[in-house]
Design a protein around this ligand. Sequence first.
Ligand code: NAP
Length: 293
Amino acid sequence: MKILLTGKNGQVGSELEKSLAPLGELTALDRQGLDLSNPDSIRQLIRQLRPDVIVNAAAYTAVDKAESEPDLAQAINGTAPGIFAEEASRLNALLVHYSTDYVFDGTKSTPYTEQDAPNPLNVYGRTKLAGEQAISAQASRFLIFRSTWVYDAHGKNFLNTIKRVGAQRPELAIVNDQYGAPTWSRDIAQATAQAIGLYLAMAEPQRANGIYHLTAQGNTSWFDFARAAAECGLFADIAHPPALRAIPGSEYPTPARRPMYSVLSNAKLLKQFGIQLPQWEVSLRECLKCRLG
Ligand SMILES: NC(=O)c1ccc[n+]([C@@H]2O[C@H](COP(=O)([O-])OP(=O)(O)OC[C@H]3O[C@@H](n4cnc5c(N)ncnc54)[C@H](OP(=O)(O)O)[C@@H]3O)[C@@H](O)[C@H]2O)c1
């Protein structure tokens, strides 16, 4: 089985490179290998490689920058997934793609299900929704996993940002009224490999086509996530670790608006595939190799 993976240097992509390798002959590409802003190169590569499974972990993920680069964000997050879908359908290949909690407006106070209507608040969310819609309309075999607050020990994410900034400041003010489920990229990658295996073994896999919420269990605020990471030794290498101060989101204006509540129910994933990720604190400890045990 031939597998094409894009975005191999990203948080999820780098973990997928490890978890997909046992499933077949893996071609893992970074931006130099395949630029998603170039539709012709996507078509050309897929027609040449003829993969059985395409896993698209590449995306425009700079949420605030997207506000000033909507066309590029749309090309990568909205248009490219549609091209993957068209090409995958021609080959009857399975397309696996990732989306985000930012398709929702965050006005609910109970976990969002796949049935809830999206209403993105920012450019990034709108372009990711466009990608979902293009795939749902055009792919014959597809799985879309929506995740939230993705982190890893490496890569561009909240934890590494507060670690970097915390080394330069005595105090960090962190938002305490936005809620989500911090999700480790390794958990996403391992669950993806498991779901692909189960999908391909089904007698009628198309019946499992669709969007699935794939996040850690439980939820927290950015402030409590930071505090848990600090207790786990996030700032252990810093001579003077920063104090953490809770603030409302209104005191931390950003170019892109974010949902206040973006917890996703994973019940559909559990029912269809029997997959459930660990509680967020458990994975955080594992990821940071928690020194306080
Ligand atoms: N991060 C989150 O909190 C979060 C939350 C929910 C959902 N998601 C979704 O989960 C998926 C994986 O996210 P992630 O956290 O792994 O993102 P990430 O670490 O930012 O990785 C994204 C990868 O896409 C690549 N990329 C960007 N533009 C490209 C282009 N034009 N052509 C080819 N590759 C390009 C980047 O390459 P460079 O390294 O060269 O820039 C990077 O390696 C995405 O679909 C994202 O929308 C993420």
